[in-house]
Design a protein around this ligand. Structure first.
Ligand code: BEZ
Ligand code: FE
Length: 286
């Protein structure tokens, strides 16, 4: 069979036969959509070469500490789409993991003071982890955020490796409590080809302030998500499309010295309340 523009897609797909059913679906779908894209936009040689040059630059920017492909997925909304596809209806929705999670955070007691004496807005972050049926869950929260200069420890040699991050276990009542700082909006790494892409599209590189949390409990589907704050200037224009209505909460200002004393906080302090909901592993997928 000679190859023509009308039969090339089927011919290529025929040539890729995997033993696994899922691989067939993934690779055949990818070929079909790549070919459909080229047809739809009438892809020219120079545009195709520019695309390959972009990917080559992304590879050159990628190393152990920086993954430009992951960032590309984030700014194209693909990471968020995958998160949303994987979020069961009654669970707290997922949101982007981002590049600043570490696997070796230290476990700290419930109520931990993560802020110490560093500058920033002292903030209590508290809530309850529950099942979709409202039962409190003994859960593990893996938590990280940026400091008052908007940087994560990875980007800032002046911060301790463990600054403003930890793992924390709830009791059987599902309650958790961190004494921390209000995080700051910040810009995603923009010195590579992804930054060029975002600027060329007349977008900005900013993310609204957020806490990152991975919540897990035995027998339940873990959720990687973020908590955002109403009124943030970037709440409607997150560079990586991570905001969902259900993840936005209020920041309460607490000026009362008695409450501050009770909470082990300075006066005034801020309070953020947020409850997480997990669905059982046995529940149907989204
Ligand atoms: C972050 O929230 O830390 C982040 C997420 C995606 C890309 C860059 C940073
Ligand atoms: Fe972040």
């Amino acid at each position: 069979m000679s190859i023509s523009k009308d039969n090339i897609t089927d011919k290529v797909i025929d040539e890729y036969q995997f033993s696994g059913e899922r691989e067939q679906v993934l690779v055949h779908g990818l070929i079909r959509h790549l070919h459909a894209y080229a047809r739809e936009v009438g892809l020219t040689h120079s545009e195709w070469r520019a695309g390959l040059t972009f990917l080559t630059k992304a590879a050159q920017f990628t190393d152990e500490g920086r993954n430009e492909f992951s960032l590309l997925s984030d700014v194209m909304g693909l990471s968020s789409l995958v998160d949303l596809l994987a979020s069961p209806p009654r669970a707290t929705p997922g949101s982007v993991l981002g590049p600043f999670h570490v696997h070796d955070s230290l476990e700290q007691p419930n109520g931990v003071d993560l802020k110490g004496e560093q500058p920033g807005t002292p903030t209590v972050f508290e809530g309850v982890v529950r099942s979709a049926d409202g039962e409190p869950l003994e859960a593990l929260l893996d938590f990280w955020q940026n400091a008052d200069n908007a940087l994560y420890p990875k980007m800032d040699a002046t911060q301790d490796y463990h600054n403003l991050r930890c793992k924390l276990r709830t009791g059987p009542d599902g309650r958790f409590r961190f004494r921390t700082l209000l995080p700051k909006p910040y810009g995603i790494p923009d010195d590579g080809p992804v930054g060029d892409l975002v600027r060329a599209a007349q977008r900005h590189c900013m993310r609204p302030a957020h806490f990152h949390v991975i919540v897990s409990a035995d027998g339940y589907r873990p959720v990687t998500t973020e908590v955002f704050f109403a009124g943030d200037p970037y709440i409607d224009s997150d560079a990586v499309f991570g905001v969902r209505d259900a993840l936005v909460t209020q920041v309460e200002n607490v000026p009362d010295p008695a409450q501050a004393l009770d909470a082990g906080m300075p006066t005034p302090f801020s309070r953020v309340r947020f409850d997480f909901q997990l669905v059982a592993l046995s529940a149907p997928q989204a």
